[in-house]
Design a protein around this ligand. Structure first.
Ligand code: PLP
Length: 444
């Protein structure tokens, strides 16, 4: 008997009672290899002794102090770390408690920047189809996933959506990456001009698209062109690195690999690694200065922002990642993961694409490899794979709607940075068995 309004009230779930390294343990004593870190959250795995010690220590000293009265030591130190390691131009940190809150804050800050900058006519945001930015109303509005938006569409602010950078389905035969990137940048520019020069506030994009596409990195040069278009039209570039950031792709920020810096960037999941709910908006110096010289403060705020225990946990997580050189490990293990996925799935009749960066990778399932036709969405192949994987003691993050928000299936993998080569063998073996069992289900 449960009184929780669960995500899926019709399915009963095991009770998680423990976590050890890359494993979660349920009340029946079953162990699950956590190959998705939940939803790309658990970067240090579960039960890390240094992080739990830091949490306990901070909770014992000071659990909470409202940010309208005080600042705190862990919040200040974490902000120092985040600015010191941020992309060029970023000078400030605005704390929140998760990804959606980070996106809401980024959108409002972008708007306030333009108002304070004497351009109140900048009211439009442009984002991309097939992206996920969170479930609160502002974040959902910029999100580009059709089924998530549909029931709430009348409540959402009007956001224009352009094509994602999704080479497997978007790049045409014979088109080079450069041409594809150029075409997408031209589409963005045309949309800015259609909405009216001087009327667009920001362009929002996940640097590597996570939940809704399954770890799809941009093609080379895409973000440099996007940056140019934004600069030409005074549009802020808002990167959502809630899922792909904080080391997941092998660099602290995914945009480092694109050679560009955003004006605003959101981070969350891997920041606290699941030890506490925490997120942040990284803010460019010029945005901060303009707001300071204008209104004088950011007209926003939540009760729990810059929570000292959350900041202490995140600081401990980031300290361990840096001290133990885990970003290099992510890159190395990422290559190992890719090789294993390629071994198992490169010739699989129903895997059309294997993609990703670092420990952030995905496979896309197709009915027909030649035509790339997806499975009937009614079959819910992704849900079957998740079930079959769990039955084999493996946690992965499959999702449907890959192609257009309704059809298409993929499986996202995002294991903790401490995953071993042996663990990766087990991930690949169990995933291959789960995919085949789910396909057998569908065929039967
Ligand atoms: N942005 C991205 C890219 C995400 O993947 C998510 C969550 O999956 C969010 C925003 C929303 O984060 P949260 O669920 O913490 O509100």
């Amino acid at each position: 008997m449960t009184r929780i309004f669960h995500r899926d009230p019709k399915t009963s779930m095991p009770v998680a009672v423990g976590g050890e390294g890359v494993h979660l343990i349920d009340a029946e004593g079953r162990r699950y290899l956590d190959a998705s870190g939940g939803a790309a959250v658990s970067c240090l795995g579960h039960g890390h002794p240094e992080v739990t010690a830091a949490l306990r220590d901070q909770a014992g000293r000071l659990a909470y102090a409202h940010t309208s009265f005080f600042t705190t030591e862990p919040a200040e130190r974490l902000a120092d770390f985040l600015v010191e390691t941020a992309p060029p131009g970023i000078g400030w940190v605005y704390y929140v408690s998760g990804g959606s809150e980070a996106m809401e804050a980024a959108l409002k800050l972008a708007r306030q920047f333009h108002v304070d900058n004497g351009e109140p006519q900048r009211v439009h945001f442009i984002a991309r189809r097939q992206s996920y930015h969170g479930n609160t109303l502002g974040a959902l509005a910029v999100g580009g996933n059709a089924w998530r938006r549909a029931p709430f569409a009348p409540l959402l602010v009007d956001v224009a959506h352009v094509s994602p950078c999704y080479a497997y389905r978007g790049q045409t035969p014979g088109e080079t990456e450069e041409e594809y990137a150029g075409r997408l940048a031209a589409e963005l520019e045309a949309e800015i001009l259609r909405l009216g020069p001087g009327r667009v506030a920001g362009f929002v994009a996940e640097t590597v698209v996570g939940a809704t596409l399954g770890a799809v990195p941009p093609v080379a040069g895409y973000f440099r062109r996007v940056r140019d278009v934004c600069d030409r039209h005074g549009v802020l570039l808002i990167l959502d690195e809630v899922m792909c950031g904080m080391g997941r792709t092998g660099t602290l920020h995914a945009c480092e690999q694109e050679g560009i810096a955003p004006d605003l960037m959101t981070v969350a999941k891997g920041l606290g690694g699941g030890y506490q709910p925490i997120g942040a908006v990284l803010v460019a110096e010029r945005i901060y200065r303009t707001v300071l010289d204008g209104t004088g403060y950011f007209q926003h705020g939540h009760t729990y922002l810059a929570h000292p225990v959350a900041c202490a946990a995140a600081l401990a997580v980031q300290t361990v990642i840096r001290r133990d050189g885990l970003l290099e490990t992510v890159a190395r293990r990422g290559r190992g993961l890719y090789e294993r996925l390629r071994d198992r799935f490169a010739n699989h009749p129903h895997v059309g694409d294997i993609r990703g960066r670092g420990l952030f990778q995905g496979i896309e399932l197709v009915r027909d490899r030649a035509t790339r036709e997806p499975f009937d969405p009614g079959l819910r192949l992704h849900a079957r794979i998740k079930r079959q994987a769990m039955a084999r003691g493996l946690l992965v993050y499959p999702m449907g709607g890959t192609v257009d928000g309704r059809s298409g299936d993929h499986v996202l993998l995002a294991p903790p940075f401490i995953v071993s080569e042996d663990d990766l063998d087990a991930v690949a073996d169990r995933l291959a068995a789960a995919v085949d069992a789910a396909l057998l289900d569908v065929a039967g």
